[in-house]
Design a protein around this ligand. Sequence first.
Ligand code: 5GP
Length: 215
Amino acid sequence: MTKRGVLAVISGPAGSGKSTIAESLIANSENITRAVTATTRTPRAGEKHGIDYIFMSKEEFSNDLDAGKFIEYNEFNNNFYGTPRSELDELIGEGKTVLLVIDVNGATAIKKEFPTAVTIFILPPTESSLKERLSSRGTEDAKAIKERLAIAKYEIKKITNYDYLVINDNIDDAIKDTEAILGIVSKHLLRGGELEMWKEGRYANWHGNHSNHPA
Ligand code: 5GP
């Protein structure tokens, strides 16, 4: 029996380091993968279709939305972002730890559909460090940075909805902390999976030998 994987939602303001953390975890573990989400925003320098995002036009997005292809979607900075249903189901079914890097509204929607999903919020240590990181990325103009800061303030208010908070004061420590959370959570589910197998009578050695064994 393949055990179902763990779904981990990672959120945090732009510049929090959430993508760097996700990328590092994926690069260092065969069992951790990322569900690529769709967006209508233009690719930033270096971003690749199918790897960073499924980039699509507003029309394509709207068609997919009408066809029920997204588990959740959100409008963010005048663009649409959505989590494709098919990919997520498939990856979890394979027993993988699936990272979903999405915003706070998306996290709430996912938790409703997947109550066992673990949600992790990544936060820079101070507001000024957040501003600094956003400005030094050089991918956005002053107006966009201001908008992202306003969005960050809204997102930070939602921290208490999350299961775990990781402060990214030092990127290596933040990666280790997130890895530790995923490790604990996946063991927990593993236990759940084993109990399911026990109930199904798959522990052959115990058949007829154990008073608690289900008939
Ligand atoms: P960015 O434009 O910086 O790549 O992403 C903007 C925000 O949208 C980030 O918080 C990112 O995590 C989030 N995001 C990316 N994909 C999705 C998605 O499929 N659904 C939702 N709700 N948010 C997403």
